[in-house]
Design a protein around this ligand. Structure first.
Ligand SMILES: [Zn+2]
Length: 191
């Protein structure tokens, strides 16, 4: 009997984490209608190429620093992927510089949603709760979730900081520490 119990507990211990991991993973799996563009540091995921153009229009950033949206647009409707790659990678490297956490880390995914409703749906699917944030990052999926109608370079930099902080150290820092560092990035982005 003892032997059987031992065997059962081993089986349960062996299978439970796996079942749990599969269940968690399923929440993050995107339908095959999603497309992706890989940049040096990010993987942009979107369902319509229009979202890519809109995202490019919304994010104003250049390697030399901030540019303010309407003053001069650095978007490119003919090549939004190329234009975004430049901006996102420059922003990511700026965040790495502020944090002094350089090097090639695991590419962060950025899921684009066209509005508050779609972003809220994604939040509910993953957390089972109502969405009260404008953007968020999940370590388990190494993914940033954004509403292209309500995002800016500062918000994106904050979420990128979470991915960098969570992957730079062999052990993930405590949540409160990570948040302090991510807020520090927001505050020093324009320095
Ligand atoms: Zn945060």
């Amino acid at each position: 009997m003892k032997k059987i119990l031992f065997f059962l507990s081993t089986v349960i211990m062996a299978f439970f984490p796996l079942a749990h991991a599969t269940e968690v993973q399923a929440k993050f799996t995107l339908k095959n209608t999603w497309q992706r563009v890989e940049t040096r540091h990010t993987i942009i995921q979107y369902q319509s190429s229009k979202y890519l153009v809109d995202f490019d229009d919304t994010i104003s950033y250049s390697a030399s620093g901030f540019s303010f949206g309407n003053l001069f647009s650095n978007s490119d409707a003919n090549n939004p992927a190329g234009s975004l790659a430049k901006k996102l990678d420059a922003l990511y490297e700026r965040v790495q510089h502020i944090l002094d956490m350089r090097g090639n880390l695991k590419k962060v995914r950025i899921n684009l949603y066209p509005g508050k409703t779609e972003l809220g749906e994604a939040y509910r699917t993953i957390t089972g709760q109502e969405c009260r944030v404008r953007a968020w990052y999940i370590f388990e999926a190494n993914t940033i979730y954004v509403n292209i109608d309500d995002i800016d370079a500062g918000m994106l930099a904050h979420e990128m900081a979470h991915s960098i902080i969570d992957h730079f150290f062999a052990v993930r820092p405590p949540e409160a520490t990570a948040e302090i560092l991510a807020v520090y990035v927001d505050q020093h982005l324009e320095d």
